[in-house]
Ligand binder design. Structure first.
Ligand SMILES: Cc1ncc(COP(=O)(O)O)c(C=O)c1O
Length: 367
């Protein structure tokens, strides 16, 4: 499906199929007219199928960070105690977001490459009068997936605590059932597992969260104000001029997802990840996260120990047209990241791993 000549295996954006590119070149339409209403509805329907939710899913013209911002600008009150498990670059950004709106983050930290224990989170909830929990489901910097959603959602349900989740880097890659879990607000973005172009974010909001947002006495964002977003959503519009070409691209991407089937997409990504992890093992390259049970399907992070990472990345791109990514944040030099969030299937994986093998041989190993 993806072109071999330019294969983006970074943690998003992804290489887009012709169909999505063509859809983005359609003539621009009036975003207050019937044609747009139909387009909006189609995208929302497609999104609900991936979010696995009946909640409203808002379309935001702004990358994933705008979606996360929307959560804090509306659903987290000033002085609210919000529990944040902090185990990487993106969870760290969540803490910053909380501080920006004057909330009181209750932080449970664990070293990068792991996730905090359930016990530490339960203790933090019990001892701090926590009112909400914000989870980053897939930590793109470390390649760790937070696979304790059910346990955390159960704790939250028992105590009437709202649950917010950032699934920016793995919705559509790793199974995630918003309604079954009882997640109040789920944020994702267009350019990774959903198969679309970069530049949009999507936010699903439960009735309970919406009510809380509407009652928030200090909603400070003009652009991301939930009252306006919701009011226009009911008309299948956005309060301000949306990125129409991106929304066209997204509609096509969701159509492709529907044709492939949700289950099949999840299976394909899981199979790709298995091939990559097995390859790393066969080459004696160490995966960064400690526990296998948290190894991400979407973002595979490995240690650079003994490898000439810069040269590997450069040669893979220049000689084979495949781009993988450097580490992120404080892991920039220590690790390398492979994104498994695009349209690649078995043939593309075989081409990638075969190329990787040749590059490893050429660049050699340091003792
Ligand atoms: C887990 C996570 N959250 C948030 C973001 C921010 O998304 P964006 O770069 O689309 O603003 C990213 C981007 O990679 C991410 O991986």
């Amino acid at each position: 499906m993806a072109q071999k000549s330019r294969m983006l295996l970074i943690p998003g954006p992804i290489t887009l199929p012709e169909r999505v590119l063509k859809a983005m070149a359609k003539p621009i339409i009036n975003h207050r007219g019937e044609e747009f209403h139909v387009l909006y509805e189609k995208v929302e329907e497609g999104l609900k199928n991936v979010f696995k939710t009946e909640n409203n899913v808002y379309i935001i013209s702004g990358s994933g960070t705008a979606g996360v911002d929307m959560v804090f600008q509306n659903f987290v009150y000033e002085n609210e105690k919000v529990l944040i498990p902090d185990f990487g670059e993106f969870t760290g950004r969540i803490v910053e977001n909380a501080l920006k709106v004057g909330a009181k983050p209750v932080i449970v930290r664990s070293e990068w490459g792991s996730i905090p224990s359930l016990r530490s989170m339960v203790d933090a909830v019990e001892n701090n009068n926590v009112e909400s929990i914000f989870i980053v489901h897939n930590e793109t910097s470390t390649g760790v997936t937070f696979r304790m959603m059910e346990e955390v959602a159960n704790i939250a349900r028992k105590r009437g605590i709202l649950v917010f989740v950032d699934t920016v880097s793995d919705l559509g890659v790793e199974p995630f059932y918003t309604d079954k879990l009882g997640v109040d607000v789920c944020v994702t973005a267009s350019q990774k597992g959903l198969g679309g172009p970069p530049g949009l974010s999507f936010v699903s909001v439960s009735g309970k969260a919406l009510e809380k947002g509407l009652k928030n006495p200090r909603r400070r964002s003009f652009y991301l104000d939930v009252e306006k977003i919701h009011r226009f959503h009911l008309k299948r519009e956005t309060p301000f001029t949306p990125a129409v070409p991106l929304i066209y691209g997204m509609a096509e991407a969701l159509e492709i997802l529907k044709e492939e089937g949700y289950e099949e997409r999840i299976r394909r990504h899981s199979e790709n990840a298995r091939m990559i992890y097995e390859f790393l093992e066969s080459e004696n390259i160490e995966v960064f996260p400690r526990d296998k049970e948290y190894w991400s399907t979407a973002i595979i992070v490995f240690k650079n120990t003994g490898l000439n990472a810069d040269s590997i990345i450069k040669r893979l791109y220049e000689e084979y047209g495949i781009l993988i990514a450097r580490g992120m944040g404080k892991l920039r030099n220590e690790t390398t990241r492979i994104g498994n969030v695009g349209y690649e299937g078995r043939a593309e994986m075989e081409y990638f791993l075969d190329s990787f093998r040749k590059v490893l041989k050429d660049t050699g190993r340091q003792p």
